[in-house]
Design a protein around this ligand. Structure first.
Ligand code: 5GP
Ligand code: ZN
Length: 327
């Protein structure tokens, strides 16, 4: 068993004497999805719990300053009173649903913490269902999908502004958020005076997402040679944060599509990073080269990036076992 799915589904079937609707099974799975439970926990405390408390219908159950639950402010109810009030609640829920349908959930789309199902799916798929900080797999621990720069601080709903974190890393991040949240966000904003890639003029930027930009190389190796550059000033590729790698990867795919759409002679690409002066880096702000290649643009392209050491580019020529034709 690699997940809780099977026992949850079997439990629902057993509890319902062998048969259950897809909605029943999905609802049961949902109750184990900690990120959803947390989401509605926040809704409860910030919205409905507040209103019902203010109106004197319930009172919060506190543990220190934290609200752990709610208690009805009523005399002891008889079983009949309880049953009749439950029916009243049910009626009022179905009246509201009849009147407003799915529109009642629309407000979530504009809320700061809300992450749609399809975004969750895409972010988790991109992260290969692993925490993007510690690498834990979804089968080991619940994964949360969160905005990197929160909506409330101007972060967009673009895929490049999301990350998948396990419960532990997310909790640590939040603990840090309270004390040092600005520090975390500010590190993404770090720019260095005098760095050509930190001070790019807006018109040079052909595309951008939350964490990186794309520009045309000023001295292109081939037509449409493009550079993908993280916004944060960081010199070494290996110092990038995982969300920046994701953003760069997303931009590489986008730019590849764009180049293919503009030039039907392009049949391949070299994707390369020079990390360190000895590896050829000349601008010390990370950038990924996306170099379009066309058939016959050089006499013998074999080996591609191996050409960083020109005499070693074609290993086939050097290492091919001897054949009778060689003699
Ligand atoms: P590196 O040698 O660090 O891997 O790559 C630096 C790249 O930046 C080179 O391909 C070079 O052509 C490009 N480059 C250098 N100066 C500028 C500039 O001012 N604007 C742009 N767009 N590219 C530059
Ligand atoms: Zn820079």
């Amino acid at each position: 068993m690699s997940h809780i799915y099977q026992p949850v589904m079997l439990k629902v079937l057993l509890e319902n004497y062998g048969e259950a609707s897809v909605d029943q099974i999905a609802s049961a799975l949902l109750t184990y999805d900690q990120s959803q439970v947390e989401y509605y926990g926040t809704r409860t405390k910030q919205m409905v719990g507040k209103v019902l408390t203010k109106n004197g219908v319930v009172e919060p159950i506190k543990s220190g300053r934290a609200t752990k639950g709610y208690r009805l402010n009523s005399e002891a109810l008889t079983e009949a009173q309880r049953a009749s009030l439950i029916v009243k609640c049910d009626n009022s829920i179905s009246d509201y649903l009849d009147k407003r349908g799915d529109r009642i959930w629309q407000h979530r789309a504009s809320e700061s913490g809300y992450v749609s199902g399809s975004t969750r799916y895409n972010v988790l798929k991109r992260a290969k269902y692993r925490c993007e900080l510690c690498g834990a797999h979804e089968s080991q621990i619940a994964l949360h999908v969160d905005h990197i720069v929160p909506r409330s601080k101007g972060g967009p709903d673009d895929l490049s502004n999301f990350q998948a974190l396990c419960q532990t890393c997310n909790t640590n991040k939040r603990a840090e958020d309270d004390t040092n949240f600005r520090g975390v966000l500010n590190s993404y904003r770090h720019r260095e005076v005098g760095c050509i890639f930190c001070e790019l003029e807006a018109e040079r930027i052909i595309s951008e997402n939350e964490l990186c930009v794309a520009i045309k190389d000023a001295f292109p190796v081939t037509d449409h040679h493009t550079l993908i550059i993280p916004k944060r000033h960081v010199s070494d590729y290996f110092e990038l944060y995982q969300p920046e790698r994701n953003a760069i990867d997303q931009m590489l795919h986008e730019q590849r599509q764009s180049i293919l759409g503009q030039d039907d002679k392009v049949t391949g690409f070299n994707v390369g990073i020079n990390a360190g002066a000895s590896a050829g880096q000349t601008v010390f702000h990370v950038h990924v080269h996306l170099i379009p290649r066309r058939k016959d643009d050089v006499e013998d392209p074999r080996g591609g990036v191996r050409g960083v050491i020109p005499t070693k580019q074609d290993y086939l020529r050097e290492n091919r076992p001897p054949s009778p034709l060689d003699y």
